[in-house]
Ligand binder design. Structure first.
Ligand SMILES: [Zn+2]
Length: 410
């Protein structure tokens, strides 16, 4: 056993030497270069929002009742959640809801997919029977500041709790146990020293509890450490209040069918977007992949499936069941994998998540360290590679076509 542990430690250390420290200098160069590829992928929050605000004129050509609403989240910083609605002209059969930026920084890819929806799908829908509802940047502060979390360090996709008064904030005990690993309380120094320290800390933690435990302690969300990662908050955040209100009003409409897709990046294989179902999905993985004519659907029976608390699609699904059981309802996540799903990729995701949070709360004494850590984090949620972006676009088209066709909305 001791030998295996020793071997594991050296394997982890070796992997980090080759995957983390060596490419740092390459990454710094990459960050400094401006990449011009598909213009659908925006560079800034403002650019993305300005474009979104032009879509109403496009939809007005086919839908007679179109409205664009901007809900301020912070007046001081000019941040808002933007809503675009087009009501079915004759019979309210289906409403398609497409939301982006629940995890701020993931909103750039989400925005690109909403743009694609406008270019390739809006013209194919039947405006007499189908309504469209696009939601831009549920977490605008996070999008603007390139963070997954919002202005209060809250992960909004862990914040959709039905009733906080009965919710157990101590639900994630493993996170609390590993808090020293997840939250190093110090300023980041030189990048080489920082990377070496992480490797040592990970090896120590992995030997104590195992990497699977570390990953699950993180993904499910935690409610005890406000400066920690994947913190779900202790009450409804402002964006959550607004979205809960919108979800309620959607369920009060006459639409017989509601199809909602929340757009995310990060989890899963790098070049294959996954449809990540809510726990209400009754199809098995194999059945869902056949139904949606799509090669990767995670369903509750999938090995890789995980449930997190306070998830937006789970909340919306439960609310629909309670408030509008007569409607046909489907809410899911489209998840664009970024680094990949191998062990090394998962460790990299974990590392980038932890170090960016450390940087945010405690800063860095070296500007190169800051640049590298911010660059790595951006790549974790918004890869610059053209090949990644064009595959993401193709996958979105294929998956959306599959889902809408199966639901008879296309
Ligand atoms: Zn996400």
């Amino acid at each position: 056993m001791a030998l295996i542990k020793k071997a594991l430690f050296f394997a982890v250390a070796a992997v980090f030497l080759y995957t983390t420290i060596i490419p740092n200098h390459l990454l710094a160069e990459v960050s400094a270069t401006i990449h011009k590829g598909d213009p659908s992928f925006p560079d800034t929050y403002e650019q993305s929002r300005d474009r979104f605000r032009t879509y109403d004129t496009v939809l007005s050509k086919r839908w007679s009742e179109v409205s664009e609403t901007s809900i301020p989240v912070s007046e001081a910083e000019n941040l808002s959640i933007d809503l675009l609605k087009a009501e079915a002209n004759a019979s309210k059969d289906t409403l398609i809801v497409l939301s982006s930026g629940t995890h701020g920084i993931e909103g750039y890819t989400g925005s690109a997919m909403q743009d694609l929806f406008m270019k390739d799908f809006a013209g194919k829908l039947n405006p007499d029977t189908t309504g469209v509802y696009l939601i831009h940047s549920i977490n605008p502060w996070g999008m603007k500041n390139n963070r997954r979390y919002n202005e209060n360090n809250v992960d909004l996709n862990r914040n959709f709790i039905s009733d906080w008064s009965t919710f157990d904030l101590n639900v994630n005990k493993t996170y609390k146990q590993l808090e020293n690993f997840f939250e190093p309380e110090k300023k980041i120094g030189s990048i080489v020293k920082h990377d070496a320290e992480f490797t040592a800390s990970l090896a120590k933690t992995a030997l104590t509890v195992g990497t699977d435990q570390v990953e699950s302690a993180l993904l499910t969300g935690q409610y005890t450490n406000p400066k920690g990662v994947y913190y779900g908050g202790s009450r409804d955040e402002k964006s959550t209040v607004l979205m809960k209100r919108e979800f309620n009003s959607i369920l009060e409409t006459d639409y017989k069918q509601i199809i909602h897709i929340d757009l995310h990046t990060g989890y899963g294989p790098r070049y294959q977007m996954s449809i990540f179902s809510s726990s209400a999905e009754t199809l098995t993985q194999e059945e869902a992949e056949a139904a949606y004519s799509y090669p990767l659907v995670f369903t509750p029976d999938s090995e890789e499936y995980y449930a997190s608390t306070g998830d937006l699609t789970e909340y919306f699904t439960a609310l629909a069941k309670e408030k509008a059981p007569e409607k046909t309802f489907y809410s899911t996540t489209f998840e664009f994998g970024t680094l990949g799903d191998g062990t090394v990729d998962s460790i990299q995701s974990l590392k980038r998540t932890i170090e960016e949070n450390q940087l945010y709360h405690y800063g860095a004494s070296s500007s190169l360290s800051r640049l590298i850590i911010e660059g790595r984090y951006k790549e974790l949620f918004y890869p610059h590679e053209n090949k990644w972006r064009s595959k993401a676009t193709a996958d979105f088209s294929q998956a959306l076509t599959g889902v809408l066709t199966y639901k008879k909305a296309l």
